[in-house]
Design a binder for this molecule. Structure first.
Ligand SMILES: CSC[C@H]1O[C@H](OP(=O)(O)O)[C@H](O)[C@@H]1O
Ligand SMILES: Nc1ncnc2[nH]cnc12
Length: 295
């Protein structure tokens, strides 16, 4: 790996975030992936001179539900587009009375309760096990915290995001269970996204923007799409302020990630070179070419 990396900032916009206005030299471009169709074209551009690539997670027009997103194609396409890191901007419900709607949580843990999604790039013919002990990049978290402070956001550093399958919202018993587990926020999308970003050796961070109290709070109505949309339109403006502040911080040439996100595959692949399936190895080119080509 060369000493200095010129970052390309990947941005994945969730519900309510389908564009990044203010991006200069902008162009929407289709990126082909051997893993299928990404949610939409990718928006390429620059912010304060820093190269950025934006993907609306559900596609423009919010066409694709959480369980049907092609998470593998999305992450693979962002890596092929040159992204070195990904910031996920997502709407969530609050499971914690100290995190009211409007709060931005810089997540540091996940509990993955999804069950109907493709969660790995590695399959029969090339097996790998990456560490997910610390699923989010602390270097990105530091920058997001500094930017959130600069733009005066109501934010919390650290918090556990429970990822449910959806698309229906939770039952009250589920909501209470996740609260008892110590979860702070709930959403439907950031897994397997974070797992796949780790396998693709991309630094990944989540800004979870609280829109509602799910269905556990005795003093608040249970969540509805109307309520979520109302708050997320307010959150979306603040999210764009955050992006404008954080991108210049992250865009400076840098060394390798101190947390090792960009070397996650160094000791992860179990299948020896002579037993690997050449077709799968070819498909893994963008995600894992760094280690596979070295073999
Ligand atoms: C529109 S409410 C439920 C929907 O919003 C969140 O999406 P995203 O994470 O992409 O912002 C949640 O995960 C659900 O997909
Ligand atoms: N309460 C909730 N549950 C799951 N996903 C959400 N996204 C926004 N609010 C949510």
């Amino acid at each position: 790996m060369s000493d200095q990396i010129t970052p390309v900032i990947g941005l994945i916009g969730g519900s309510g975030l389908y564009d990044i206005e203010g991006l200069e030299d902008r162009r929407w471009e289709r990126v082909e992936s051997p893993w299928g169709e990404p949610s939409d074209e990718l928006l390429f551009g620059t912010l304060a001179g820093v190269r950025c690539v934006f993907l609306p997670r559900h596609g423009r027009g919010h066409r694709v539900p959480p369980s049907e997103l092609n998470y593998r194609a999305n992450i693979d396409a962002m890596k092929r587009a040159g992204c070195t890191e990904i910031l996920s901007l997502s709407a969530v419900g609050s499971l914690n009375g100290d995190l009211p709607p409007g709060t931005f949580v810089i997540v540091d843990q996940f509990i993955d309760r999804t069950f109907a999604r493709k969660k790995s790039f590695f399959e029969t013919g090339c097996v790998a096990h990456v560490s997910m002990a610390h699923p989010l990049c602390p270097r990105l978290g530091d920058a997001l915290e500094a930017a959130a402070r600069d733009v005066g956001l109501k934010y919390k550093r650290g918090g556990t995001y429970l990822v449910m399958e959806g698309p229906q919202f939770s039952t009250k018993a589920e909501s209470e269970l996740y609260r008892a587990w110590g979860c702070d926020v709930i959403g439907m999308t950031n897994m397997p996204e974070a797992k796949l970003a780790r396998e693709a050796e991309l630094c990944y961070a989540t800004v979870a923007m609280v829109t509602d109290y799910d269905c556990w709070h005795p003093d608040h109505d249970h969540v509805t799409v109307d309520a979520v949309v109302k708050v997320l339109l307010e959150n979306a403006g603040r999210a764009k302020d955050l992006v404008r502040a954080v991108v210049p911080m992250l865009g400076q040439p840098r060394g390798a990630c101190p947390a090792g996100c960009d070397r996650a595959l160094d000791a992860a692949i179990v299948t020896p070179p002579e037993k690997r399936d050449p077709a799968l190895v070819a498909k893994l080119d963008a995600v894992a070419g760094r280690v596979l080509r070295a073999a």
